[in-house]
Design a protein around this ligand. Structure first.
Ligand code: OGA
Ligand code: NI
Length: 332
């Protein structure tokens, strides 16, 4: 008689991945050109708060143009980069992330995703050719915002919410507080010296906005935390996008979607360049669980404005659970 032993977790997840073509290395894979993607996206947001998108419709030319501008910017002398200034609408940062002592092996450029407000700053930072940067940036931002809206509309369809633009209108609003970030993780020589110990590029956190769309070059480093608290590495793919559920979407879906904790570890040899669009609501927008998603259940969060949430998040560390202060305390 043959006795079959129970599969190990690794064998089980391998078998599951083989059987289920929507999973790639354990990470849900969404083909945006397929008509049935709304249910798959909902499932991915429930199970992971994270998924990978192919056939996203953003031209490789637009992506490559922005990446080469980013590489050009990060190769400027520090004194030139620092001219971008320390705060909105354009901010350059080096190693220090946020105002509360978080440190990472990273430098970054943060923009409000509305260029008209920062033309003067662009002139000073992008030296000879700010117009070129502006047009490359505008092309990319409008394409990526369109993709974000398409995903949010599919999510509304999948959740049977009306109108289908109830999330996407927040990103399309003229006052939308969306931001865009270029991150550069230089190769980390200390890592070589320490023989492979992990060094933090960007410490663990969740993104506070509604949704984030990340594209990186082919250097690994990004990791996400699963619901059971285990971390998995996300294989890089420069031709795809990676989508994160943000805290605000977690609140609006009353916790049905979970904002994903993620982090970046450094690489000893290659530099990683990532560009992330964070789709956020207007500052005055009230964020609360949607009544149709609360029906029959308890509302888990208090209502707050996006302005309140940003202010509160600004006083916390990257790894803190920023939603803690906005949870409803269950009645005794
Ligand atoms: C972020 C982030 C990941 C990366 O900027 O919020 O999670 O790969 N970045 O740069
Ligand atoms: Ni993030």
């Amino acid at each position: 008689m043959v006795v079959l032993s129970k599969p190990t977790i690794e064998q089980y997840s391998y078998i599951r991945n083989c059987l289920n073509p929507t999973l790639y290395s354990g990470i849900p894979l969404i083909d945006l050109s397929k008509p049935d993607s709304d249910h798959l996206i909902v499932k991915a947001c429930e199970d992971f708060g994270f998924f990978k998108v192919i056939n996203h419709g953003i031209s490789m030319e637009s992506i490559a143009n922005l990446e080469s501008q980013a590489v050009r910017f990060f190769s400027l002398p520090l004194s030139q980069k620092e001219k971008a200034g320390p705060s909105a609408p354009l901010a350059y940062g080096n190693k220090s992330i946020g105002p509360n002592g978080d440190i990472g092996w990273v430098e970054y450029l943060l923009f409000t995703a509305n260029l008209d407000s920062c033309s003067q700053t662009f002139l000073s930072v992008f030296g000879e050719n700010p117009e070129k940067f502006r047009s490359v940036f505008n092309d990319y931002i409008s394409a990526v915002r369109k993709m974000a809206c398409k995903i949010l509309e599919l999510l509304a369809d999948g959740l049977k919410l009306q109108p289908r633009n109830l999330f996407s209108r927040l990103l399309m609003d003229e006052q939308s507080d969306s931001v865009f970030r270029l991150n550069h993780y230089p190769p980390c020589p200390e890592l070589q010296a320490s023989k492979g110990a992990n060094m933090i590029g960007f410490g663990e956190h969740t993104d506070p906005q509604i949704i984030s769309l990340l594209r990186s070059n082919n250097t690994s480093g990004l990791q996400i935390s699963l619901r059971d608290g285990n971390w998995i590495s996300v294989p890089p793919d420069q031709n795809s996008f990676f989508i994160n559920v943000g805290d605000s979407l977690q609140v609006m879906t009353n916790g049905r979607f979970q904002s994903v904790r993620h982090r970046v570890l450094t690489n000893s040899l290659k530099s990683r360049v990532s560009m992330i669009y964070f789709g956020g609501p207007p500052l005055s927008e009230k964020i609360a669980p949607l009544p149709s998603l609360v029906e029959g259940e308890k509302s888990l969060y208090k209502e707050f404005t996006w302005f309140d949430y940003k202010k509160s998040a600004y006083n916390l560390r990257l790894a803190d659970n920023r939603l803690e202060n906005f949870k409803r305390i269950a009645a005794p």
